[in-house]
Design a binder for this molecule. Sequence first.
Ligand code: FAD
Ligand code: NAP
Length: 321
Amino acid sequence: MPSVHHTKMLILGSGPAGLSAAIYAARAGMMPIVVQGLQPGGQLTITTDVENYPGFAEVVQGPWLMEQMTAQAVHVGTSMIWDTIVDVDLSQRPFRITGDGGDVYMAETLVIATGAQAKWLGVPGEQELGGKGVSACATCDGFFYRGKKVVVIGGGNTAVEEALYLTNHSDNVTLIHRRDHLRAEKILQDRLHANSKIRILWNKKVDRFVAGEGVSGLVGVDLIDTVTGEASHEPTDGGFVAIGHSPSTELFKGKLPLDADGYLAVTPGTSLTSIPGVFAAGDVTDKIYRQAVTAAGMGCMAALDAERFLAEAEYKALVEA
Ligand code: FAD
Ligand code: NAP
């Protein structure tokens, strides 16, 4: 039997942004509800080593870190609900949010922290070798390829930035692009071309990520020339797929402004969307940094912004009464 839940703050998403918002909101007495979605704990639950989240001198595991964050949110008074939101009505407050089992959430404020997903090539070996040589995040995993050979696939800003970043760890970085010119901004292209640690393979697409025989993990990529159709093989220890990200904003199309790439638009330097009482945090609104720590920081901002919004709304109601 579907239920109706009433809350001062509903948080969509249980990644670092949603859980940090929950920790701040719960400690402010707002008794938030977190709707966890199909990936409780968010993107970090599909990785292994995390060594750039502050507070841990030793490497921690992504799933463990998210278990801890969830437990912390619950300890301070958050209700966690396993549901996925399928509809939002933001036309009036309280906002009316519907889950896929028919539960309805009536929310005084809404924090959207539905994250984003890396786009993948969808070629053989990619999924199987995920975390064993294949990655979509150089900032997260580049450190593990110190002194090794790596390839980056893509031709946009992300790919070029990933390639440049990887030269901090490797002297042998190859950018593989399917065309003969890059989509990335000129300034980034200039930096790329000036960097002697990076070579570019033009007009090549990855046909397969190749696992080692008797060796664990990735050993190379099979390539196809997009002009001649010629097949080739590029040995590598790491393959970084950098062909873009898709923010999880399908639910909000036509209801909240999205930028040209589909990310939720917020007032710069805040978590405020164009609808008073609706806030956004984390990868769903951030196409530049995309880190657990920045998502967590934005979650904190959203909770503080929501708390201030409610306090002002309550004060206004009192004055007008
Ligand atoms: P996410 O973590 O993407 O969480 C989104 C949440 O929204 C999920 O819980 C999902 O279930 C929920 N959701 C989505 N749609 C709905 C819906 N309709 N209804 C309800 N809930 C919904 N960052 C680092 O700082 N260090 C690292 O080492 C690192 N390693 C990474 C390794 C991998 C393989 C990947 C993919 C990412 C890595 N990142 C790392 C990036 C980091 O994971 C993200 O920046 C961070 O998780 C973003 O947090 P978020 O809370 O914004 O969103
Ligand atoms: P993007 O601009 O969409 O570029 C994606 C790249 O991947 C393109 O070069 C594309 O090739 C390639 N690609 C896509 N699908 C592919 C496939 N199946 N196989 C092989 N290659 C494929 O994505 P992005 O680089 O992630 O950037 C997204 C947005 O964020 C952009 O607006 C960008 O400016 C912004 N961004 C900004 C910064 C910054 O300001 N510093 C940093 C990162 C991102 P084609 O070129 O052939 O289409």
